[in-house]
Design a binder for this molecule. Structure first.
Ligand code: FES
Length: 160
């Protein structure tokens, strides 16, 4: 369970409102900026947004769940996306994925307890010539093998 400081939430929401005002029409930008701060949208943050904008919480939730870019579950500092499109599949994406599951101790959709890594799969990311491809926070890694996975994770941990 992630513990969040209610005072920090108030300050963060306040700061975002200074950019957009308490304007429900700017809700997507407001939620996007808050997700940039937390890496996801905690329930307490949505409640604070609802309280300060007077937009019903159900409506704020609806917007946060409607757009795929928003996450209501904690996400890691590094979001690892393994491409499982056809070419990557043929070139061994599932072996890479299995290695990542083992190294991180999480399943697809899961986040490590230290909130460092989230593991996801995606469809073709348009870099089939580099298959199998792994994308970490928008950085592309090509020709990934199970043994290369250890190096990549080590590199991320060192940048901590
Ligand atoms: S199938 Fe993986 S990049 Fe195209």
């Amino acid at each position: 369970m992630v513990q969040l400081d209610p005072e920090k939430i108030k300050r963060d929401v306040q700061e975002v409102f200074e950019r957009y005002g308490r304007n429900p029409a700017r809700m997507i930008e407001i939620l996007q900026d808050l997700q940039d701060i937390y890496g996801w949208l905690p329930k307490e943050v949505l409640k604070e947004v609802s309280r300060q904008t007077e937009v019903p919480l159900t409506r704020v939730y609806h917007m946060a769940t409607f757009f795929k870019a928003f996450s209501l579950k904690p996400r890691g500092k590094y979001v690892i996306q393994v491409c499982t499109g056809t070419t990557c599949h043929v070139k061994g994406a599932y072996m890479v994925l299995d290695r990542l599951k083992n190294v991180l101790g999480v399943d697809v959709g899961g986040t490590t307890e230290d909130l460092m890594f989230t593991l996801e799969t995606v469809n073709c990311v348009g870099a089939c010539a580099l298959a199998p491809v792994v994308v970490i926070n928008s950085k592309y890694y090509g020709y990934v093998t199970p043994s290369k996975v250890d190096e990549i994770i080590k590199e991320c941990r060192e940048q901590r």
